[in-house]
Ligand binder design. Structure first.
Ligand SMILES: [Zn+2]
Length: 243
């Protein structure tokens, strides 16, 4: 971890970043050590991000390094190569306080198709008409120019498929971004399975979709899902910071 003194609030955020990493790993977001999670306190210029090389499955609080969305400011040298992706989005979206980028397999496959995400399950309802595809490049996001293009494609949405690369999910809190990354992967998985049956299938109507977006994925519910995920990690002994 960085040498400078950090506040108790920031220390708590850093610990939650390690917990979010373990949750993402447990829910199928691993691709060796690739993918990142980052978060900031509201209205701050700096944020914390999982450092290069450390994977979701093994990340500990000490793996979270400090970075700035202003590319002129001194972000940690241990920052991951895709730091510009996070810098561009924090600069463009004052409402966003957490970002997850992973190569989760079902989201990746879904993003490579031209299918719209449909509200087959509760999960799909959240992202209906709220997720696009970025297809300018399928390469790793290594420059702020490409990062800015991704941020423009994301717009005001909570998620974006990075075609033939992975997926991006943002939230106003780390809890929200983490849970949304889980439900997006599940929504993609369920639709791919539904499509593979070769049969037609039903989807929720717009009234139900709106209700699900407000209730099933409202702030209070999101917090309970996060707490559930943490309890499940505790049950399996997966929250330990010894490597
Ligand atoms: Zn990537």
């Amino acid at each position: 971890m960085q040498e400078e003194v950090i506040s108790k609030t920031e220390a708590d955020l850093i610990e939650r970043l390690a917990i979010a990493s373990r949750i993402l790993s447990a829910e199928g977001h691993d691709d060796f050590n690739q993918g990142q999670v980052s978060a900031r306190m509201p209205r701050q210029e700096h944020f914390f991000i999982k450092r290069a090389v450390a994977g979701f499955s093994e990340a500990v609080p000490a793996d979270m390094v400090k970075a700035y969305y202003d590319t002129e400011k001194p972000s940690s040298l241990l920052s991951p190569p895709e730091l510009p992706l996070h810098q561009a989005i924090y600069a463009a979206r004052p409402d966003v306080n957490a970002i997850i980028h992973s190569h989760a397999p079902y989201s990746l496959i879904f993003g490579a198709t031209d299918m719209p995400l449909k509200p087959i399950s509760h999960d799909g309802a959240f992202f209906k008409d709220r997720i696009g595809r970025f297809d300018d490049t399928s390469q790793t996001i290594l420059s702020i120019d490409i990062g800015n293009k991704v941020a423009a494609a994301l717009g005001e949405q909570p998620g974006l498929f990075l075609q033939n690369h992975g997926v991006l999910v943002v939230g106003k809190s780390l809890r929200e971004a983490t849970i949304l990354a889980l439900i997006l992967e599940r929504a993609c998985k369920l639709q791919i399975i539904a499509e593979s049956t070769g049969h037609s299938y039903s989807v929720s109507n717009d009234t139900d979709v709106k209700g699900k977006q407000d209730y099933i994925y409202g702030d209070t519910s999101i917090k309970t899902y996060w707490d559930y995920c943490v309890r499940r990690l505790e049950q399996t002994g997966s929250i330990n910071w010894n490597r």
